[in-house]
Design a protein around this ligand. Structure first.
Ligand code: NCD
Length: 315
């Protein structure tokens, strides 16, 4: 068994072996995308519910596509169109879902711990699609998959994560996963956007962008999560771009093979210059493609799929 757990709530809970096992299965599914028929009948007759309580474009579509390619029956509901807008609690929603006998729940929620709560009260598997500023494990896995495709074994590889670390579940999931695989992670951003304590999880903190990127193998650039800011933590977009924006000037000074990632959605010309976002060093659309494969792998494994039956090389 690659995954011993019922749910995937965060990369904090997965071991290095589990992460690598999931990524091997994801590599198998990624290879299937190039075939004329991209779907496999593994989830036929099983129902997956996508419950998005926060706006999402790529994560929601990516999960839906993954479920469709595994031939699952799919139900979508979002906060705006559900009884949440009538004041229903998370607990009532969960109990109703349980009564309807669904097989898996994918949940995005603005409260950290929402996915954990649902996993506790529901018998079915739960995958966290992002809970507040806590974790976003599928984004962490797809980022690590994209890095490993270019860098191989992550031990000793230098990953610099830049931006609004305080409000970023992407940063937390990257950090947990990368440290477990032996990478050296540097977090960089304005002091007001880097919380205390992350050095204890194994990250190096560097407030100076030039120093933080000098010997990096990969930059993972984050969006400023304005919707989560309770007070102003930077003077303005122009000032941020000048101090921490990934511009062509910054990219020119990187190691020759270093590449640039972004989880999306991007604020062009704030955290990343448009020329870099569209330039030869970025791998952003590869991240998107890997996202579908990673989500297929998790759904498959949590549903009891046996990777030995997939056939061919999984890596
Ligand atoms: C991220 C998220 O929602 O946490 N986006 C995503 O899932 N692709 C990052 C972000 O919103 O900036």
């Amino acid at each position: 068994m690659i995954l011993e757990t019922k749910d995937v709530l965060g990369l904090e809970d997965l071991s290095a072996e589990e992460i690598l096992g999931v990524l091997d299965v994801a590599a198998h599914f990624r290879a299937v995308f190039d075939r004329p028929v991209r779907s496999v009948p593994i989830m036929r007759g099983r129902t997956v519910v996508n419950f998005f309580h926060e706006p999402s474009t790529r994560t929601r579509i990516s999960f839906e596509l993954a479920e469709q390619r595994l031939s699952a029956d799919i139900i979508n509901f979002s906060a705006a169109t559900s009884s949440f807008s009538k004041g229903e609690t998370l607990r009532d929603t969960a109990e109703n879902l349980a009564a309807m006998k669904i097989d898996m729940l994918i949940v995005r929620h603005s409260s950290p711990g929402a996915a954990q709560y649902l996993a506790k009260v529901l018998e079915c598997s739960v995958i966290n699609a992002g809970d507040g500023a806590h974790e976003h494990p599928t984004q962490g896995l797809l980022d690590i998959m994209t890095m490993r495709q270019r860098l191989g074994d992550m031990r000793g590889k230098k990953v610099t994560i830049i931006g609004d670390i305080t409000h970023s579940r992407v940063a937390r999931s990257n950090l947990w996963g990368l440290v477990k695989l032996g990478a050296e992670v540097t977090l960089c951003g304005p002091p007001t956007m880097i919380p205390g304590g992350l050095d204890k999880l194994g990250a190096k903190i560097e407030y100076n962008l030039e120093k933080a990127v000098a010997d990096a193998d990969v930059l993972n650039v984050l969006r400023i999560q304005l919707e989560r800011h309770s007070s102003k933590s930077f003077p303005g977009n122009r000032e941020y771009h000048r101090m921490y924006g990934i511009t062509e000037d910054v990219v020119r000074k990187l190691k020759p093979d270093a590449f640039v990632m972004h989880p999306g959605p991007m604020n062009r010309d704030v955290e990343i210059a448009s020329e870099v976002a569209d330039g030869p060093r970025q791998v952003i659309l590869d991240q998107v493609a890997n996202g579908v494969a990673v989500r297929m792998a998790l759904i498959y494994l949590l549903s009891g799929g046996d990777p030995r039956s997939l056939g061919g090389s999984a890596s």
